[in-house]
Design a protein around this ligand. Structure first.
Ligand SMILES: *Cc1c(COP(=O)(O)O)cnc(C)c1O
Length: 461
């Protein structure tokens, strides 16, 4: 399998190079040159086998020839061995629909499913090349802890994670700062999540610093994350009757990484009826879907902070695939969008978008009432991100295809919203309640690129 950049101006690479590269050198994102196909017979053969084995078989053509089938199997088995649920991504009934529980990993959000594998892939590849990398990342909460948990104590990796000081929840902060490992470096920045993300982008843009530090990425610009997420679309579809029946997926969306993995599963042959893009009030995608124009607006904080995003980076991967893979043209359009803040989508692309996808939003009030109603009707507690998905899914017209809603975080990660909605105070799982008795390690820096770069050099020495 060969990978090309969405902007058409970077070298074509194989999987292991894409893994370590993160962002392509032309500023684009890597995508496979063609989608591997899973036949109906192959799909059937994946039913009722362990998750790690499905991952091995689904991902094999994507990592070929970088990683052998046998090695990939060792890595997927190790990645999913310490999930708190044997099925990794169990599917449970919720009224007429289904919840896909993606929060049984070590840090209680769906980010673990991709990052646990990414940690294994990094370590394997670095060992093989006898190389070291510095991962710099920015987090609004969930990516940070999942990346730290996946990379702690791994040979060849130094991880510097920036978070906006005072703007992540207490549990999210403790999940990052209480990890004691010499290769993990937490930095709280005086600024917002966007400031942290801009600092990371600026570090990547400094060619000399990027190569001096061998910078690598753990956010969903890294292709391996999207690839890893396609696996639970396969396992869920099989549990709900594929390949004989079609399934729709409703996906709480921020950077479009999760739903991009669903698109990929669909292109690979998983029978998906619709992919439903569910946003909170930061709804650039659902506005673009309805009006045909993407227009930037300032980010407003919501009850589902992991989805408080202005421009969804992975949407570029989808537009590239839908526009007959015209990289240079896409690069021009993105440049113009960044300049003017507005982008009128090509009517042909909009047409395909509207046949495959649905996009809608849920307000904070709808999120709270959804959490309350689900609890009253079923006794199940759901987190605010999952509630965005449920609220949007409930408004869809009835269909013969089963509706699978991605549950992206455990309710205990967002206890304030859940308690506000239900009035019920619940006990945190021991893994989370024990955090407050541990000591924290974190450095504090102003929002200043040079100081942050000096700090990265210093702590990774
Ligand atoms: C990251 C995150 C999302 C958004 O996922 P994307 O892949 O960025 O669209 C949704 N819910 C939770 C809980 C998250 O941590």
């Amino acid at each position: 399998m060969r990978y090309e950049s969405t902007r058409g101006g970077a070298p074509v690479l194989q999987f292991s190079d894409v893994l370590l590269e993160g962002l392509a050198s032309d500023g684009g994102l890597y995508v496979p040159k063609q989608w591997p196909l899973i036949t109906k017979t192959e799909l059937r053969s994946l039913a009722n086998i362990p998750y790690a084995e499905v991952a091995q078989r689904v991902l094999a053509p994507l990592v070929d020839p970088s990683i052998s089938f046998e090695t990939l199997g060792e890595l997927t088995h190790r990645a999913y061995a310490n999930f708190r649920h044997e099925e990794v991504a169990p599917v449970v009934e919720l009224g007429e629909s289904f919840l896909v529980e993606l929060h049984w990993g070590p840090t209680f959000s769906f980010k673990d499913i991709a990052l646990q594998l990414l940690g294994q892939l990094f370590e394997h590849e670095l060992e093989r090349r006898d190389k070291k990398i510095t991962i710099v990342g920015a987090t609004s909460g969930d990516t940070g802890s999942a990346a730290i948990e996946a990379c702690k104590d791994r040979a060849g990796i130094e991880l510097v994670m920036l978070h906006p000081r005072g703007r992540v929840s207490e549990i999210q902060r403790l999940q990052m700062t209480t990890v004691e490992s010499s290769n993990i470096h937490n930095v709280a920045i005086d600024g917002t999540f966007d400031d942290c993300q801009d600092l990371v982008k600026a570090m990547f843009a400094q060619e000399k610093f990027r190569s001096e530090m061998s910078l690598a990425a753990v956010n969903s610009i890294n292709w391996a994350r999207v690839a890893a997420q396609s696996v639970y679309y396969v396992t869920t579809a099989l549990k709900l009757g594929a390949p004989d029946k079609k399934v729709s997926f409703c996906v709480p969306t921020g950077n479009f990484g999760n739903v991009m993995a669903g698109y990929m599963a669909s292109q690979m042959g998983v029978p998906i009826e619709r992919l439903i893009v569910a946003s909170n009030h930061n709804d650039i995608l659902s506005r673009a879907y309805q009006t045909g124009t993407m227009s930037m607006e300032p980010v407003r904080p919501s009850l589902s902070p992991a989805m408080d995003i202005q421009v969804s980076s992975n949407f570029e991967r989808l537009l590239f695939d839908l526009s007959e893979r015209n990289g240079p043209e896409l690069a021009e359009q993105i440049k113009e969008f960044r300049r003017s803040g507005s982008w009128v989508l090509n009517p042909e692309i909009l047409k395909i978008l509207r046949t495959k996808f649905i996009a809608d939003r849920a307000s904070d009030e709808q999120v709270l009432s959804t959490i309350r109603q689900v609890y009253q009707k079923t006794g199940v507690l759901v987190d605010p991100h999952t509630a965005v998905g449920i609220s949007v899914a409930e408004r869809q017209p009835p269909s013969s295809a089963a509706m699978a809603i991605m549950s992206t975080a455990h309710p205990a990660k967002f206890p304030d919203a859940v308690t506000e909605a239900t009035g019920s105070v619940f006990d945190l799982p021991p893994e989370l309640s024990s955090l407050s008795s541990l000591s924290e390690t974190c450095d504090f820096l102003p929002n200043n690129l040079n100081l942050v770069m000096d700090h990265v050099r210093e702590v990774t020495k």
